[in-house]
Design a protein around this ligand. Structure first.
Ligand SMILES: [Zn+2]
Length: 226
């Protein structure tokens, strides 16, 4: 049995269906649908995955569905239906590549609001290609309801960095019901349940294809309640 809390996330819908990833141990081609972020609060970290039992301040997830299943709705019923590329976000210098997201949060403080954002390269949000060789891989579940066990997870070891102020903007701008700040938008860590977590240090097709993925454009921010 899995704890599966309902919460709200900030999601960026990707424009078009041409962004794909394959190789790197993935069986077939996966098409990107959206990416979204998880955060904590001003004094506590909010990543979903832990590294050596430690949470990082935030986490970014790029969600793909398997192309052969048609769409994400169909893929949700298949054990290998989704592939999520995950990145930890740690405190560092101000990251101006995230300004177009961070600076738009004030326009979508409440559930179901959306706003257009300028086109930009997804690659600019992520670590460089040569920093993407090391990653963790396991078969798990969605971290949002219905928490289906249909996700091939890839967590990259190299982190994204944002300033503390940028990180704080998420937990101090986005609102939950009751007119309170939306904080701690992560699912608690689940039992391993005999899963194998693999670690790769080899450059792979996945990474080369990831770069193709990153040339995408974004169209809007949307608040979604699951
Ligand atoms: Zn997520």
């Amino acid at each position: 049995m899995y704890l599966c809390l309902y919460h709200v996330i900030v999601q960026v819908l990707l424009n078009g269906k041409s962004l794909t990833v394959n190789g790197g141990g993935l069986d077939g081609e996966y098409i990107a649908d959206q990416f979204h972020l998880h955060w904590g609060n001003r004094t506590a970290a909010g990543s979903e995955h832990q590294l050596n039992n430690t949470q990082l301040p935030m986490e970014l997830h790029i969600v793909h569905h398997k192309a052969s299943y048609g769409d994400i709705t169909q893929a949700l019923s298949k054990p290998d239906g989704l592939a999520v590329l995950g990145f930890w976000i740690d405190v560092g210098k101000q990251n101006t590549n995230f300004d177009q997201i961070v600076n738009k949060l004030h326009a979508i403080p409440n559930k179901d609001q959306r706003v257009n954002i300028s086109t930009f390269k997804m690659a600019d949000l992520l670590p460089s290609n040569c920093e993407l060789n090391n990653y963790y891989r396991y078969h798990g579940s969605l971290t949002t309801p219905e928490c289906n066990e249909v996700v091939i997870w890839t967590m990259f070891e190299t982190k994204i960095h944002l300033s503390q102020q940028q990180i704080n903007t998420f937990s101090t701008t986005v609102m939950a019901e009751g007119d309170i700040n939306l904080v701690n938008t992560f699912r608690s860590v689940q039992p391993l349940n005999s899963r194998t977590v693999q670690y790769s240090q080899a450059q792979s097709l996945l990474l080369k294809k990831t770069i193709a993925l990153l040339s995408c454009t974004l169209t809007c921010l949307i608040m979604i309640a699951f």
